[in-house]
Design a protein around this ligand. Structure first.
Ligand code: CTP
Length: 394
């Protein structure tokens, strides 16, 4: 997504579009904002100008420019996102009415168009609006479902503009090549928890972000995804089956229940290597704890799965502190993997509980691809770029 045209119409949710513009800018896009005259009632063009570093256009005709503005503004645009899209602007777009710059741009646009309806529930459910949205879909627009929740008018219901991050993800999904279409993928994520008693457990600092980012990226690229996740605070990306587990043993059972018809298995989970031999049903007094604590080794899920690999592609992870590449390569062969993603925990910005990671991807031939530090969200796509080579498009 290099160039985004962001169209803002006159709804109360227009204030959220400022945050949306920031998401696009942070994602590396050049953002051009156009507003309807009514949108000026809700937010100042200066806000967008400051966030995007570009002037905001509102008027269809300008004495300052001799060029035909609507054609000029659409040059090289990858996607046109209309957020919020009011019932009025949706009606004009569906009816081919071009009475302001934004609606004129819609008619002239050749790029994908994303429409984010946002309005009161009664308006959203009126046949006139549902009919217009259906029309826009039939014209090839991508219409995102609004959220349910408290609306600006004080009523609860559907019609609320989704959160900017969700709109950003939706738009990215619209533009992403579907190179995993037709494939079934299983992803594991997060830590496992091994309880000693109801109030104490063994675990690790994994937040699950890498696994969730991979699951979302796979879904965006067309795969059918099952996510088996230990306890995390993350929201399951939409359209993904989430199987929630707690212990390493739970995860083992869930993986063996779901792996059979999968083409691709990515094990990003940080499984506890040990569990207490006994789990006490009642809280153990601290003075008794050390004398009763005995650990047992958890089964290695990937190692066991590697024995039943078949034609499936397996991607594993390794977090190392010493001889990272060599250790990871040995793990890959031992666990019968096709790729292993290794990060050196001693490097700043790499590893657990951070938004970023710096990894190397190693294949069975020993070829090492060293990637620069990047957000896990972007890293997920780079890992999939490498993985997609195992699934040549026929
Ligand atoms: N893994 C697994 N089951 C386990 C432990 C690990 O499936 N019980 C998987 C992880 O999901 C990861 C890979 O194996 O994809 C490597 O995990 P890691 O903890 O780095 O390796 P270990 O085999 O546990 O080796 P060690 O702790 O000795 O480095």
């Amino acid at each position: 997504m290099k160039k985004v045209l962001l169209g803002v119409t006159g709804g109360i949710a227009a204030y959220k579009s400022a945050e949306l513009a920031r998401y696009f800018v942070r994602g590396g896009a050049e953002v051009q904002v156009v507003m309807t005259p009514d949108a000026l009632q809700f937010i100042s063009p200066l806000t967008f100008q400051t966030l995007t570093g570009r002037p905001v256009y509102i008027e269809l005709y300008s004495e300052a420019s001799e060029k035909i503005r609507h054609i000029e503004l659409l040059k090289d645009i990858d996607v046109f996102v209309v957020a919020p899209a009011t019932a009025n602007s949706i009606g004009k777009m569906a009816g081919g009415i071009a009475d302001n710059l934004l609606t004129t741009l819609y008619l002239a646009a050749e790029c994908p168009v994303v429409v984010i309806p946002s309005m009161n529930i009664n308006m959203f459910e009126h046949q006139a609006v549902t009919g217009n949205l259906e029309k826009l879909c039939s014209y090839g627009c991508h219409v995102m479902d609004p959220d349910s929740g408290e609306l600006a008018c004080g009523v609860y219901g559907r019609g609320r503009m989704p959160e900017p991050q969700d709109i950003y993800n939706y738009t990215r999904a619209v533009l992403t090549a579907k190179d995993f279409k037709g494939l079934k993928a299983l992803v594991t994520a997060g830590p496992t928890r091994e309880h000693l008693d109801p109030v104490r457990f063994l675990s690790n600092p994994s937040t699950g972000l890498m696994g969730y980012s991979l699951a979302r990226a796979l879904k965006e690229r067309g795969a059918e995804v099952t996510l088996i996740s230990g306890p995390t605070h993350l929201q399951t990306p939409s359209g993904i089956d989430n199987v929630a587990v707690t212990t390493g043993e739970d995860m083992y059972n869930a993986v063996f229940e779901h792996y059979k018809d999968c083409d691709l298995i990515i094990k990003a989970a940080a499984v506890s290597d040990f569990r207490p031999l006994q789990v006490a049903a009642d809280k153990v007094k601290k003075n008794d704890l050390l004398s009763t604590l005995e650990l047992a080794k958890n089964r290695d899920i990937l190692l066991e799965l590697g024995k039943e690999k078949g034609k499936r592609i397996f991607v594993g992870f390794a977090a190392e502190t010493n001889d990272a590449v060599q250790n990871a390569h040995d793990k890959m062969l031992k666990k019968n993997l096709d790729l292993i993603v290794v990060n050196n925990l001693k490097e700043p910005g790499a590893g657990f509980a951070v938004q970023t990671n710096r990894v190397s991807i190693i294949d069975r031939s020993g070829e090492v691809e060293n990637l620069p530090m990047m957000e896990k969200e972007h890293l997920a796509h780079r890992i999939l770029d490498r993985t997609s080579k195992f699934f040549p498009v026929s």
